[in-house]
Design a protein around this ligand. Structure first.
Ligand code: PXP
Length: 271
């Protein structure tokens, strides 16, 4: 195993070599889905009617987002049922609904029919989604939920850790898409980050070879984006908290525009 600094230099040299061999290689970009849960968190903090989620979604689209993500949690701490229905009706919004595999929420999803559903694990007292879905340990439940949602015409994605066992389970689940949990990389120390990034890179490659579309999300910010953009085969990054935090200073449209511009530099990552 290489020490962290050797690993970093190895990657720098590989990228330089790639640019020398393929100088004209054009950036292909990566799509941005903006998670607006925390716009709803502000509203729920006071029980007001504002800020308006549909207006927030439109500001994200104006800033260059390709999709809007929301998480209808069982405890309804931010997104409410009415938000899901309202955003589904909002013109131009490609809606990705994050949800746990629970009958009540599956029924709502089948009624609303968002463009995409991302199945996530949920623990009532967690601050945010901790860890990925155990697609391998709950194969039957995941398979059934994927089948039910797919039958309603919804594209299903599984939010999983960058782990070979989970990727293989996802490939057998019937879901055409995965979202790799980037939280461990994004929250890692400088010493721990290279190992976590290698995990993302390897498992994105594996998922791609298994025919899965690869998205990623959790904890991504402009500060850690460089590492994330070295992950290959990325289609969409779902980003929420850092964008909503940045919007306090520059406004939502501008905060999204900054992230969307950064994602344009994606050239397919390390392959
Ligand atoms: N993707 C999934 C599946 C999530 O659960 C979350 C958090 O709700 C995100 C992406 C966005 O994470 P963050 O808010 O840290 O950018």
């Amino acid at each position: 195993m290489l020490p962290a600094c050797a690993w970093r230099w190895q990657r720098v040299l590989r990228d330089v070599a790639r640019q020398c061999i393929f100088p004209a290689m054009s950036a292909k970009g990566c799509r941005l889905g903006v998670n607006i849960d925390h716009v709803a968190t502000l509203r729920q903090a006071r029980g007001t009617a504002y800020p308006d989620l549909a207006a927030a979604a439109q500001a994200c689209l104006a800033g260059g987002a390709q999709g809007i993500t929301i998480h209808l949690r069982e405890d309804r701490r931010h997104i409410q049922d009415r938000d899901v229905y309202a955003l589904r009706r909002e013109p131009g919004v490609r809606l990705n609904l994050e949800m746990a595999i629970v009958p009540e929420i599956v029924a709502i999803a089948c009624d609303v029919r968002p463009d995409e559903v991302c199945l996530v694990p949920e623990r009532r007292h967690e601050l945010t989604t901790e860890g990925g879905l155990d697609a391998a340990g709950q194969a039957a439940a995941v398979h059934d939920a994927v089948a039910t949602l797919a039958q309603a015409g919804i594209v299903v994605s599984l939010f999983i850790d960058p782990d070979q066992r989970q990727i293989e389970a996802a490939a057998c689940s019937g879901a055409p898409v995965i979202e790799l949990h980037t939280g461990r990389f994004c929250n890692a120390s400088e010493a721990g980050a290279p190992v976590e990034l290698d995990r993302l890179i390897e498992n994105a490659g594996l998922a791609h070879r298994r025919g899965l579309k690869v998205n990623a999300g959790h904890g991504i910010s402009l500060d850690n984006l460089r590492g994330i953009l070295s992950v290959p085969h990325l289609d969409t990054l779902n980003i929420g908290h850092s964008i909503v935090c940045r919007s306090v200073f520059v406004g939502l449209r501008q905060a999204v525009a900054e992230m969307a511009a950064a994602l344009e530099s994606y050239d397919g990552g390390s392959t």
